[in-house]
Design a protein around this ligand. Structure first.
Ligand SMILES: Nc1ncnc2c1ncn2[C@@H]1O[C@H](COP(=O)(O)OP(=O)(O)OP(=O)(O)O)[C@@H](O)[C@H]1O
Ligand SMILES: [Mg+2]
Length: 366
């Protein structure tokens, strides 16, 4: 899973990225501090991995990973080449989801490019640029599709028809995700849509970058962002990027102490990852053995062969069956052999829909 971080300049994107990835890239109080995009991989915290490793101690534990792309701040006019934004938008065309960092902290020492803190205005500036950028994409794709469709090719005609549905939505100032949410596209069209890399087709998770004294996001500014997210079926996670970056520098014991002293149960990454999973309709299953215990990310509803295909593309086609048990089975019986002896190790076929938290072995053919 890959998420792209967007937002106005100087709102805390790189601070957040650093806190999550411990990458130590520059995050200073001046707009456009980031120029080249930064890519980092963060492990997704999952307490179930700890439970599994209590019973099946492995040589290594591999949590699910979230790839983050931190790009330059986007300003008004970015889609036409203002600021640094335009060129960098291309770096987020392939991500699965957008993390939109919105400034919700008041601090006179930190420059706001528009002079005041106003999260909804800021969101609209970014949304407009993303829509204009998609509109440019749709316009050039339309020309190409129209040329190709002249040959009478069926696929080319379908692409043209799809683009003709997208164009008016964007021209009206609406994101493509509204078109998706309206349910008027069929599965074929939804699949084809991906190939265009529209930024506004992606789900958005708002990261409300809050003051140190509003860590739970109960303030007025965050509630405005929350209302906005609800309107579009998105979600908001309050994060104090500054505090998170301080937490990231500490060792485990000091971190727990600091979390307790500020009244937080966990670093924001855990909540962020959970929200991103939920928004994207993702879940995890596990593989567990002496060599490694590992979490894998799959869409809700994935069948056993599709889940196996995440491990290795060949496994999907070569899938024979899966042996599946649950975390509860493991806690109750303490080892796999006992689970098998108790008749709880289920043999599942191609149609099995993998459930969140399943522990699986896949049997595959040559
Ligand atoms: N929650 C917060 N409270 C107070 N200050 C913050 C908070 N989050 C970030 N800052 C400060 O805001 C400044 C800008 O942060 P950062 O460089 O991460 O922004 P950015 O969005 O990456 O900017 P650019 O688009 O220029 O790359 C830094 O000085 C940082 O310490
Ligand atoms: Mg930055």
């Amino acid at each position: 899973m890959e998420a792209g971080i967007v937002g106005l300049p100087n709102v805390g994107k790189s601070t957040l990225f650093n806190a999550l990835t411990s990458a130590g890239i520059p995050s200073e109080n001046f707009p456009f501090c980031t120029i080249e995009p930064n890519v980092g991989v963060v492990p997704v915290p999952d307490g179930r991995l700890d439970t599994i490793t209590q019973y099946i101690p492995p040589q290594k534990v591999i949590p699910a990973a979230l790839r983050l792309v931190d790009i330059a701040g986007i300003v008004k006019g970015a889609s036409e080449g203002e600021g640094l934004g335009n060129k960098f938008l291309s770096h987020i065309r392939s991500v699965d989801a957008i993390l939109h960092v919105v400034r919700c902290f008041e601090d006179d020492d930190i420059t706001h490019v528009d002079g005041s803190v106003d999260p909804i205005r800021d969101i609209e500036v970014i949304d407009t640029e993303l829509m204009l950028s998609d509109l440019a994409t749709v316009d050039s794709a339309l020309q190409k599709a129209a040329r190709n469709a002249k040959s009478g090719d069926k696929d080319a005609k379908a692409r043209l028809a799809l683009l003709q549905k997208c164009q008016p939505v964007l021209a009206e100032g609406k994101p493509i995700r509204n078109l998706i949410a309206s349910g008027s596209l069929d599965p074929e069209e939804l699949k084809a849509l991906k190939s265009f890399g529209f930024i506004t087709a992606k789900q958005v998770l708002y990261v409300a970058n809050v003051d140190e004294d509003d860590l739970h996001g109960e303030g007025e500014l965050v509630s405005r962002v929350r209302a906005r997210a609800e309107e579009e079926g998105g979600a908001v996670v309050p994060v104090c990027a500054k505090l998170e970056s301080e937490l990231a520098e500490l060792d485990d014991a000091d971190r727990d102490e600091m979390l307790e002293s500020v009244g937080l149960e966990e670093p924001a990454l855990a909540a962020l990852a959970r929200a991103a999973y939920k928004l994207l309709g993702y879940q995890s299953y596990f593989t567990a053995g002496e060599k490694e215990v590992r979490a894998w990310t799959i869409p809700i509803g994935a069948t056993a062969p599709q889940a196996a295909g995440v491990i290795h593309t060949d496994f999907e086609a070569k899938f024979i069956r899966a042996e599946v048990y649950t975390l509860d089975d493991l806690v109750q019986h303490k080892e796999e052999k006992a689970i098998r002896d108790a008749g709880k190790l289920r043999a599942e076929g191609k149609a099995y829909v993998v459930q969140d938290g399943d522990i699986c072995h896949f049997l595959t053919g040559a």
